[in-house]
Design a protein around this ligand. Structure first.
Ligand code: NAD
Length: 442
């Protein structure tokens, strides 16, 4: 594919960062692009009006007792952006940088991600402004339970269904589901997804996000002109998403030539086995001397992104590829497994270089799809085996990748814009089904 001359409708989902100085606030960026795209597509003005602001936002302060006896309060937020297509869905993050602007923008993007996956959900997001790594386990449990107490009337299995996000995990989801169940007076596992298996979690949720990216890459192999035995892949991260994506690609014959953690990166042009690397990391806590196939070298995380490869998979943090390093990126294809790994400025630079960018809202949608399966199973009280989960994930995700690829060609836009066009059309059709200006004026 030649991406030159393709028009851009949407910015990447990355936030503003150094390198993109002067960028408007995250939510304003999101909204401005929605309006531009709606105008380009001739979308009903009623739709734009409905999507202009979140449906509901709630801010609270969570007052908890710390282990030393003192009380501390933490700012907490939840935003339900739009529920036209169904109850809202989105993670809860515990991070010191959490603020309402970010939560609103993330809930806006969740609305689009759920529409791309064609789930009967709208989008939401929540968070607490806290450095979770500084809390003891007991403090973390008190904070998680306090979040649910504060937002008990806002969330609910038919209303708004949270899930894990940065620095929240299955155990946090288990505490939250337990607190919600105590509040409503009966077990209510469907209020939250990403729970431990023993508390109503779903098989296949653990590797769903990495598996989703893997399925998309494998499906688009012909269109992208890649084949496993000839393709060198660099993956930033070795956490949940990065590891499973690397493991599955390696299993099918892709050469994984780079992996990293927060301390640095491991690179070997002869490739490495991600399972052995992860085992080493788990045992030693670092990657430096993890086994590779030949001439492994330790390099910095920044260097790893700039090494030559065919597919670069940022699967760790936001804003990793930005104005300062975008020009040095030598990958032909970028599969965005993290949320917002490219800043808007990087997106522009890379598209000019004809880099094919498979956007996060498609690439990492496998996670929310299996979260949806968890919710369905909780509501039905009937649980599927792993083959059923894998079969359903593939059946829901791969056709969306196919549709977005075709839309890119038909509309002469880049893949990110094509993904947003698909989502916007679906959301708009639902909003217009209640009647629009033309219907009522006629
Ligand atoms: P994780 O906590 O399991 O892993 C994070 C990884 O990032 C780790 O390998 C860590 O070593 C690495 N890392 C941390 N700081 C780094 C740095 N400065 N440089 C390089 N690497 C660094 O998290 P995860 O669940 O794998 O999530 C990764 C990304 O995927 C996030 O952007 C998340 O929002 C996104 N995501 C996750 C899911 C999911 O289901 N887990 C779903 C959708 C999107």
């Amino acid at each position: 594919m030649n991406a030159s001359g393709l028009s851009r409708l949407f910015l990447s989902t990355a936030g503003s960062s150094e390198g993109d100085s002067g960028a408007p606030k995250l939510f304003d960026q999101a909204r401005a692009r929605l309006e531009a795209a709606a105008e380009h597509l001739g979308i009903d003005t009623d739709v734009v009006e409905k999507l202009k602001y979140p449906k509901e936002t709630l801010a609270a302060s969570l007052l908890i007792r710390m282990d030393d006896g003192a009380r501390r309060s933490f700012k907490a937020f939840r935003c339900r952006y739009d529920d036209t297509r169904g109850p809202t869905k989105g993670g809860i993050r515990f991070h010191p940088a959490v603020n309402m602007d970010e939560i609103m923008a993330l809930s806006f993007w969740m609305t689009f991600k759920c529409a791309i996956a064609n789930l009967p959900y709208g989008g939401a997001k929540g968070g607490v402004c806290v450095d979770a790594q500084q809390l003891s386990k007991a403090e973390l449990e008190r904070l998680s339970r306090a979040y649910v107490k504060a937002f008990a009337n806002f969330i609910g299995p038919e209303r708004d269904i949270p899930a894990p996000d940065m620095y929240t995990n299955a155990m946090v989801m288990g505490w939250m589901a337990d607190e919600y169940s105590a509040t409503v007076g009966h077990p209510s596992p469907a209020v939250i997804t990403g729970k431990p298996l023993e508390l109503g979690g779903s098989l296949g949720r653990n590797d769903a996000t990495g598996r989703g990216g893997y399925l998309i890459l494998r499906h688009l192999e012909n269109a992208l002109h890649v084949s496993p035995e000839k393709t060198r892949v660099i993956i930033q991260g070795i956490g949940n998403v990065a590891y499973h994506c690397a493991r599955l690609l390696h299993q099918d014959g892709y050469s994984i030539i780079g992996l990293s953690d927060s301390n640095g990166a491991l690179f070997d042009t002869d490739g490495m086995d991600p399972v052995a690397v992860r085992q080493y990391k788990t045992k030693h806590g670092y990657l430096d001397e993890a086994p590779t196939n030949g001439h492994g070298e330790s390099i910095s995380n920044a260097e790893l992104l700039e090494r030559e490869c065919d597919v670069l998979i940022p699967a760790a943090l936001e804003n990793q590829i930005h104005q300062q390093n975008a020009d040095q990126i030598r990958a032909r294809i970028i599969l965005e497994m993290a949320n917002g790994p490219l800043t808007p400025a990087a997106d522009e630079i890379l598209l000019k270089k004809n880099t094919i960018i498979i956007p996060d809202i498609l690439a990492n949608a496998g996670g929310v799809i299996v979260s949806y399966f968890e919710w369905v199973q909780n509501k039905a009280g009937l649980y599927w085996d792993i083959d059923e989960i894998h079969h359903r994930l593939k059946a829901m995700l791969v056709p969306q990748a196919e549709t977005i690829w075709r839309l890119m060609q038909d509309e002469s836009v880049d893949l990110r814009s094509a993904a947003y066009i698909l989502a916007l059309n679906r959301i708009s059709t639902s909003i217009s089904a209640h009647g629009n200006k033309n219907y009522f004026a006629s």
